[in-house]
Design a protein around this ligand. Structure first.
Ligand SMILES: C[S@@+](CC[C@H](N)C(=O)[O-])C[C@H]1O[C@@H](n2cnc3c(N)ncnc32)[C@H](O)[C@@H]1O
Length: 257
């Protein structure tokens, strides 16, 4: 187990990652978010939007999106996407630098998402503050999709290495990582390494980042929702819309005010 202080200061963890993030992303959530956007209409608020992975997929289907993100590296990857997207898609996405636990956009949305990211709010206060901001920005008939990884199913310790990805310019990127969970403090430390090789196999860049994620157990998720007085419209255990059970690796809430 890492020393106590190795869990401190875990909030950032994406600097330098923006260029490579999408290469290893699982996009199986996108059809799910699109289905809800078709039901609710736009504009969609995508919180902790990262590189705009979900935002630009929604924009490509005609939805206006506000993408809020705090990491300069992820935002700069989103800006690159903006520049290379066809004009009719790019003009539908508004990129906003901001913190999801404390933001004020002075408009309301029929659909708010926080794909893969709520756990980065490490304290209960931060989580409740974010949920208050979401409520303030949600239309009265709006939907908020909160996707979580139940703490019950997280590894105490795990290491992984993804299959390398070769970029169009010949560089090869490998992502590997170590995960350590502190179940007493309900926090997970995620160390990621991106190794970039040139076409001859020489490592030309190496990015190491550390981030934290709250371990949110099912009972705590229930309490958070109760305390923030959202109503549960539906609940799924994956993005294929199978019912949530205590064995589900994901917990996806469809919430309204
Ligand atoms: C796992 S990535 C997910 C990115 C994107 N939602 C996606 O699914 O592709 C988590 C993102 O949350 C962002 N993030 C973490 N804490 C944040 C906060 N308090 N406010 C805004 N963004 C935050 C990180 O910078 C990172 O881009």
């Amino acid at each position: 187990m890492p020393a106590e202080d190795s869990y401190e200061d875990l909030e950032s963890g994406y600097e330098g990652v923006g260029e490579f993030y999408d290469l290893f992303a699982d996009n199986s959530d996108i059809p799910f978010f699109l289905e809800y956007a078709r039901k609710t209409g736009a504009p969609v608020l995508d919180l902790a939007a990262g590189t705009g992975r979900v935002s630009y997929a929604l924009a490509a289907e005609g939805f206006d999106v506000v993408a809020l993100e705090q990491s300069p590296s992820m935002l700069s990857a989103a800006k690159m996407k903006h520049q290379s997207a066809p004009e009719d898609i790019a003009k539908r996405v508004e990129l906003v630098e901001g913190n999801m636990k404390d933001f004020s956009l002075e408009r309301k949305f029929p659909l708010i998402l926080v794909p893969n990211s709520f756990g980065h709010l490490l304290t209960r206060n931060a989580q409740l503050s974010m949920l208050r901001c979401v409520k303030d920005h949600l239309r009265d008939d709006g939907i908020f999709i909160l996707d979580l990884y139940p703490g019950e199913h997280q590894y105490e310790r795990a290491s992984f290495e993804d299959s390398p990805v070769v970029l169009p310019d010949g560089r090869k990127v490998t992502r590997s990582g170590n995960i350590t969970s502190d179940f007493d403090r309900k926090i997970m430390r995620v160390e990621l390494r991106f190794a970039v090789e040139d076409s001859k196999g020489t490592v030309i860049d190496e990015i190491n980042v550390v981030s934290g994620a709250a371990l949110i157990f099912n009972q705590e998720a229930d309490l958070l929702i109760q305390e923030s007085s959202f109503q549960i419209v539906d609940e799924f255990g994956d993005f294929e819309k199978n019912s949530f059970t205590l064995d589900s690796g994901r917990r996806i809430f469809i919430l309204k005010k």
